[in-house]
Write a protein that binds this ligand. Sequence first.
Ligand SMILES: [Zn+2]
Length: 104
Amino acid sequence: MADEKKESKLRLSEEQQRQYLMALQEVGADRDCQRCGADFETSFGIASGRTAVDLHLSTEPIESYEQNYFEAIIAVCINCGSMNLHATGILDRRASGEVEESDG
Ligand SMILES: [Zn+2]
């Protein structure tokens, strides 16, 4: 049961994938592929699931998945397969207006 709940939280709908692509464009993270030069708008997609990056904060064993990770989405170049991680904590806060735009 807990695994199913975790799985549904990690999966991204097509709409969520589209929203994350838009969020990347809004923050200026929409440059063409750094590996092959493919155009961002036509060659990038968001993987259909979130991922988690483990943070090894101590030498103690990781006790639970929830305690030592940050969640990320993966932007994938569909031309060459290059992948870029973006922390959902940042993108989600921007989308909800919690992060103020900076004028520089
Ligand atoms: Zn590429």
